[in-house]
Design a protein around this ligand. Structure first.
Ligand code: XLS
Ligand code: NI
Ligand code: NI
Length: 439
């Protein structure tokens, strides 16, 4: 079997003192914490689109990435090489999962029929390769945004033929995700949004989006696909306004269309910040609504207003993210998918490893810090005490629904003075720092 990452052996765990850039410093997959291995806690995944489709091109210049398939001209042969490269990459990194869009794994043909045939052929190659590999599919999804036919969106397109086309595409992508044992199916909005309200029937577009998702739910039942459906919120890009703006917006949309029981969120760090939320905010909103499914792990740039999809290296962010994941009791079908790309200047094959190693170590460290913070109940104790007025007396009556405005007025009139306590933000920030620095 051909080897595509020839210079690289299996990435070992060498610990924090190692100066080998091709070794993990904090991610020890076999280390058991709280009864589960780090591998099981973190459930890392490689994103096919960035790692095998990415070329480093941007609007100012052509691709820079040097890849064994860069010069290949036959699209199906290239697709097959990428399947091999994907498994080699995941195995060498020890990443248990990968994720793809239908169009990442196989090229489009001249008709939908031919495209589906291409897909079937590549799905067979993946299935074959899976027989001698532990690497699994975390989720599949549809790319219904790159092809010019989706210029006005997919399920929210003004053109009913495009709605139908997108439906056919999702139908097929769900089938192959099921066939490959995918544990989730993701809906990221693509071009579901608008550029101007001057030409947009927002009500129809949103109703159509709900109709589309209902059809997906029905079809999953019909074919017995039991994977978790996930929606990935994003506020803008490529459209000026994306309908799945953020978690709160998506949850309300799902609830008002009777769809909330069928979907959870796939939260992407860089999408959260584009919506002017912190990553942790989005995870928290999802978690308290029992809707935190999976994570697209990356980070944005503090000064850039778009989805830069950088590898996550910020320990504060990985700590606060893993805090939410541990608080929800850990991932079930979800995981940490590196929806991240190496920079245009990092064009060598080895950079793909460096990027993932950096991200995996940052999340492993973040996990450990968050785990300790939670086990020591540092924040919980403080928060518990902060809200203690709701445990007894009038607070308890409020929670129990025993009082209304009249009773509360009576109570308020009887108070001679009200005292508040400090929120101690700075003290808590210092505690967090201590955990991060010493953890
Ligand atoms: C784009 C999204 C996309 C989804 C999968 O911004 O992050 O990559 O994760 O369609
Ligand atoms: Ni994403
Ligand atoms: Ni993104």
């Amino acid at each position: 079997m051909a080897e595509y990452f020839e210079n690289i052996k299996k990435i070992p765990y060498e610990g924090a003192k190692s100066d080998n850039p091709l070794a993990f410093k904090y991610y020890n997959p076999d280390e058991v914490i709280g009864g589960k291995s780090m591998k099981e806690h973190l459930r890392f995944a490689v994103a096919y689109w960035h790692t095998f489709q990415g070329t480093g091109s941007d609007i100012f210049g052509a691709g820079t990435a040097i890849r064994p398939w860069s010069e290949m001209t036959n699209a199906m042969d290239t697709a097959k090489v990428k399947v091999e490269a994907n498994f080699e990459f995941c195995e060498k990194l020890g990443v248990p999962f990968f994720c793809f869009h239908d169009r990442d794994i196989a090229p489009e043909g001249n008709s939908l029929k031919e495209t589906n045939k291409n897909l079937d052929e590549i799905v067979n190659c993946i299935k074959e390769r899976m027989k001698n590999s532990k690497v699994k599919l975390l989720w599949g999804t549809t790319n219904a945004f790159s092809n010019p036919r989706f210029v006005h969106g997919a399920s929210t397109s003004c053109n009913a033929d495009i709605f139908a086309y997108a439906a056919a595409q999702v139908k097929k992508a769900m089938e192959i995700t099921k066939e490959l044992g995918g544990q989730n199916y993701v809906f990221w909005g693509g071009r579901e949004g608008y550029e101007t309200l001057l030409n947009t029937d927002m009500k129809l577009e949103l109703d159509n989006m709900a109709r589309f998702l209902k059809m997906a739910v029905d079809y999953a039942k019909e074919i017995g696909f039991t994977g978790q459906f996930l929606i990935e919120p994003k506020p803008k890009e490529p459209t000026k306004h994306q309908y799945d703006f953020d978690t709160a917006t998506v949850l309300s949309f799902l609830k008002s269309n009777g769809l909330d029981q069928f979907f959870k969120m796939n939260i992407e760090a860089n999408h959260a910040t584009l919506a002017n939320h912190s990553f942790q905010h989005e995870l928290r909103v999802a978690r308290i609504n029992n809707a935190l499914g999976s994570i697209d792990a990356n980070q944005g740039d503090m000064f850039l207003g778009w989805d830069t999809d950088q590898f996550p290296t910020n320990i504060y962010e990985t700590t606060s993210a893993m805090y939410e994941v541990i608080k929800m009791g850990g991932f079930t079908t979800g995981g940490l998918n590196f929806d991240a790309k190496v920079r245009r200047g990092s064009f060598e094959m080895d950079d793909l490893f460096y990027g993932h190693i950096a991200g995996m170590d940052a999340f492993a460290k973040g996990f450990k810090i968050a785990y300790k913070l939670i086990s020591d109940k540092k924040l919980d104790k403080f928060i518990d005490e902060r809200y203690s007025s709701y445990k007894t007396g009038i607070g308890k009556d409020i929670r129990d629904g025993k009082v209304g405005f009249k009773e509360l007025e009576q109570y308020a009139l009887s108070l001679d003075k009200v005292t508040n306590k400090s929120g101690r933000q700075e003290m808590l920030e210092a505690i967090l720092n201590q955990y991060i620095l010493e953890g």
